[in-house]
Design a protein. Structure first.
Length: 123
């Protein structure tokens, strides 16, 4: 019988945890974890899914779609409303947009300020 597991946290390596937490907080509206600090910051959600950001010395941002520095993980977010509007807001907050967009009509690949690829998908 398989284990009954529920995803409880996702943690991203980065050079500046508070800055990356601030980006995702503005993008998602999640609450800042009360014990966040310079080496580890996090965002809480009512259902318990935690997003953490941990400081890594000599951090190297993933390269996408080139895999010279593998992404190892990416996160997908469903957005309400217009995909173009969500993309524009995220770019204002500091996200980047790679040139390669495999299915731009259905989802967008963006990068957070630390270079992690993430997707936004219309609901």
């Amino acid at each position: 019988m398989p284990l009954q597991m529920k995803l409880s946290a996702i943690t991203l390596d980065c050079p500046d945890p508070p800055a990356l937490a601030a980006f995702y907080q503005q993008a998602t509206g999640r609450a800042s974890h009360p014990k966040s600090n310079a080496d580890f910051a996090g965002l809480d959600r009512e259902d318990g899914l935690f997003i953490g950001f941990q400081r890594v010395d000599d951090y190297r941002a993933p390269s996408w779609p080139d895999q010279s520095v593998p992404q190892q993980l990416h996160i997908c977010f469903t957005v309400e409303g217009d995909l173009d509007e969500a993309e524009a807001r995220l770019l204002e907050l500091g996200a980047g947009k790679p040139d390669q967009q495999p299915h731009q009509d259905r989802w967008r690949v963006l990068t957070d300020p630390a270079g992690h690829p993430f997707c936004i998908v219309s609901s």
